[in-house]
Design a protein around this ligand. Sequence first.
Ligand code: GDP
Ligand code: IMO
Ligand code: MG
Length: 455
Amino acid sequence: MQSFLKKYNTFSKKIEIMAVDILLGLQWGDEGKGKIVDVIAPKYDVVARFQGGPNAGHTLEFDGHKHVLHQIPSGIFHAAIKNVIGNGVVLDPIIFRKEIDALKKFNIDFAKNLFISKKAQLIIPSHRLLDLASEKSKGESKIGSTLKGISPTYQDKIARQGLRVGDILDKNFKSYYTTLLTIHKSKLDFYQFDLSKDLAGIKDFEKYDFDFAKIEADFFSAIEFLKTFNLVDSEYLINQELSQGKSVLAEGAQGSLLDIDFGSYPFVTSSNTTAAGVCSGLGVAPSTIKEVFGIFKAYCTRVGSGPFPTELLDVVGNKIREIGREFGSTTGRPRRCGWLDLPTLKYSCMLNGVTHLLMMKADVLNDFDEINICTGYKLANGSTTDQLPYDMVKEAVTPVYTTMKGWHCDLSPYKTFDTMPVELKEYLTFIESEMKVPVSVVSIGPDRNQTISRL
Ligand code: GDP
Ligand code: IMO
Ligand code: MG
């Protein structure tokens, strides 16, 4: 008995040490995940992306640099951290090479701190054509995809015919590629895709003069480039780190309301953006997960189509867009803006088991006399609810608002929670009381240093 207990204690101690924390978006993406991952990364040994791909655009600002990452984890600027592109990610080699080129000036030792799962799926150029063809065929009801080939790539994964990063090391890779391209060509025929006309829909493909052979040549040279990086069985790498007592931060992409299962379907992305995606996207056990940092803006934005109950199609919406510079980090598209929506935030907290809330872009509301918060929805039958209807696309809801006084001042001098303007404290207290989760970080500007934390 004694020895069993001793063993058991050692075992449970080990469990306490091993931990994966998650940082993910609670809205429709672009909450400021990149900034916060960069800020908290020094507390971790590993930062890992578990889903999504180049549809993400994560912005980091420090020491006068502004940098947008798409596939590379946002811990990359910290030399001591291992950054992992996990198996749940879809990776575009052409965009990967561009990202690496853009990082050249930072002298990062990628051999030491960047690892790519061999099980991550590869985005090939025809995936992007399929994305465009599918969107065109939907006309008015298009999803508003970033056109990075995300959905067609995940479709091939589920259809068990996708190419994986590890396949590029196989001498038959070219023939695997040709087999997949043949399938894609027949799909493009179905969509009646015309390369010379339709390719113009993808901005960064214009440089190829609609010549697919040129795109392919670029793709294969990017594949050779990709081969020079650490291509690993990342589930082993991460679990080995964990068993040595190291800590891992899983970096979400997109937001919970774009989740393939729980988002505003069909206006969603094609992966599980919620905490559940971490286990399958990295190969870690549920018992390793500890803190879940849920990040949201002090208001809401959405880029692309789909329901957005608190959207402001007026001067107030325009004011938020202008002050918050709400234009896509990946596509440059103007983001739709609106008030904070607590029913969706509660839903996201529930799905993810959020343990800490992080409120971003408080400074964008500095100049408002009054700020609205949506606390519930009025349904067509006259009743009010704080739950999301089954289908927000078909069931129109009218937001019910609580109006709060704005803090109406520049937040830059504030460094601690205690000294914050009283109106901002009231805004946070109201959110905490509704969510039953503490707000542990308030971000007051895009720079690393513009962060008030009580984590
Ligand atoms: P992500 O996709 O969640 O990483 O977010 P994005 O990078 O797409 O969009 C967030 C934008 O807000 C970026 O331009 C950031 O630099 C900026 N940002 C982040 N935090 C703050 C903040 O507290 N205040 C302001 N004004 N901008 C912020
Ligand atoms: P980050 O990680 C905001 C949106 C697109 C579109 C829908 C589907 O920067 O927060 P997809 O290209 O995935 O097929 O597009 O999802 N979308 C995002 N919106 N931020 C993102 O990523 C997004 N990634 C995809 O606009 O509506
Ligand atoms: Mg973004």
